[in-house]
Ligand binder design. Structure first.
Ligand SMILES: *Cc1c(COP(=O)(O)O)cnc(C)c1O
Length: 395
């Protein structure tokens, strides 16, 4: 199936699963089993030796999970996918596989809070250092790469300030120096941005967000070459063990079927809410990629199909005003996470990015008044009316 590629909207429904293999079951069965029986001692020996394909134990391989892994590989246009119990399990398995003691990781200037925490831990334990870079030009990227850099790790759009990094530019430089580029594609989902097609080497996702899409599962995914992901599968995934359960894999297979139509709606809703926010007198600054005044607008046009459903904005006021605004919302839910049907809103400085030291937060542009909004699938007019009435209530 993967050979002559189907269109994205078809792949999300069909890739990685053939009902003929499963007694005609239209949807993939949930293989709720920990282990698999061998027909004979000799077969068990062959399976363990890797001489015979087949299932041994569900931490190594599970048919429901395999369907998901093949589907995400097709959607990201990579050779192999791997599924994990969380986005952080995927990110840590990839970063640990790419580094050894005393190496250096070059990162984008904004990072998911727990990714930042992981990098700090790797530095404390193994002296694997990291630098945050704006990666705003070729010169800046070249200058930031050190002899001991073994990995470049990028989030774009950057959480929560929506800065963008030119993936084609960075990956061309990295290729010259043989340094793998890893991209956290969570904010865009595989529908809006295709890092592997731009020359990057590995894509990671928190599938908890747009891929699951319904706020009911925590999971992660990674996609890349057979060579690299075989290594991850047989080392950091197998032996650290952050695998996904079969039911969660099934929920993601189900969520993926509607990814394109959900994303179209998220994007459309967010565009409307952005237009309203940017003209509101109590809103200082709005961060959204599809904004002609956005400093990275040209990267947006080149690299993303649409701007996504995430908006950040600064309230013209203090931290107290920002918190007051949040407390006055009616149906919009005050919660971290993103990409759900429900519009979610949070306060990065006191929530998702509270672990990031103040100095780094300042570099990332995370101020006390910054609010992050994940625009859901509701009628955008209702979302806007809720925001507008809560803004009216701050003094
Ligand atoms: C949520 C998130 C993660 C972590 O994923 P989990 O599924 O919560 O472990 C990583 N990166 C980004 C950009 C995220 O939004």
């Amino acid at each position: 199936m993967a050979k002559d590629r189907m269109r994205f909207e078809t792949s999300v429904i069909h890739e990685g699963y053939d009902s003929k293999d499963m007694l005609g079951s239209l949807t993939p069965p949930i293989f709720q089993t920990s282990t698999y029986t061998f027909d004979s001692a000799e077969q068990g020996e062959r399976r363990f030796a890797g001489e015979e394909d087949g299932y041994v134990y569900s931490r190594l391989k599970n048919p429901t999970v395999v369907a998901l892994e093949e589907r995400i590989a097709a959607l990201e246009n990579g050779e192999r996918g791997l599924a994990f119990g969380s986005g952080m399990a995927a990110i840590s398995a990839v970063l640990v596989a790419l580094t050894k003691a005393n190496d250096h990781i070059l990162c984008s200037v904004g990072l998911y809070g727990c990714t930042f925490g992981l990098l700090q831990m790797m530095e404390e334990k193994y002296n694997i250092t990291h630098d945050l870079s704006e990666m705003e030009s070729e010169e800046a990227v070249r200058a930031a790469i050190k002899p001991e850099t073994t990995c470049i790790y990028i989030e774009t759009p950057i959480n929560p300030t929506m800065k963008l990094i030119d993936l084609e530019m960075v990956s061309a430089i990295a290729k010259e120096k043989n340094i793998p580029v890893v991209v956290d594609n969570t904010f865009s989902s595989p529908y809006l941005q295709h890092p592997l097609e731009l020359g990057c080497d590995v894509v990671v996702h928190s599938a908890t967000k747009y891929i699951g899409g319904h706020g009911d599962v925590v999971a992660g995914l990674a996609v890349g070459t057979h060579e690299f992901l075989d290594e991850v599968a047989s080392t950091t995934q197998k032996d650290i063990g952050g695998i996904i359960g079969p039911f969660d894999a099934w929920l993601l297979l189900r969520g993926l079927k509607t990814l394109p139509i959900r994303m179209d709606r998220h994007c459309d809703n967010a565009q409307h809410v952005f237009e309203k926010l940017r003209h509101h007198p109590l809103v200082k600054h709005v961060y959204f990629p599809n904004d002609e005044d956005h400093p990275d607008y040209s990267i947006f046009k080149k690299q993303m199909d649409q701007a996504g459903g995430m908006i950040s904005f600064e309230i013209a006021g203090t931290k107290k005003d920002a918190q007051q605004f949040l407390n006055h919302l009616k149906f919009i839910k005050l919660a971290v996470s993103l990409g759900d049907a429900e519009t979610l809103i949070q306060h990065p400085v006191s929530m998702t990015h509270a672990v990031v030291p103040e100095e780094d937060r300042a570099k990332m542009g995370i101020t006390d008044e910054l609010i992050r909004l994940s625009v859901g699938l509701e009628a955008w007019e209702d979302v806007w009316e809720d925001i507008a009435q809560a803004l009216d209530k701050i003094s």
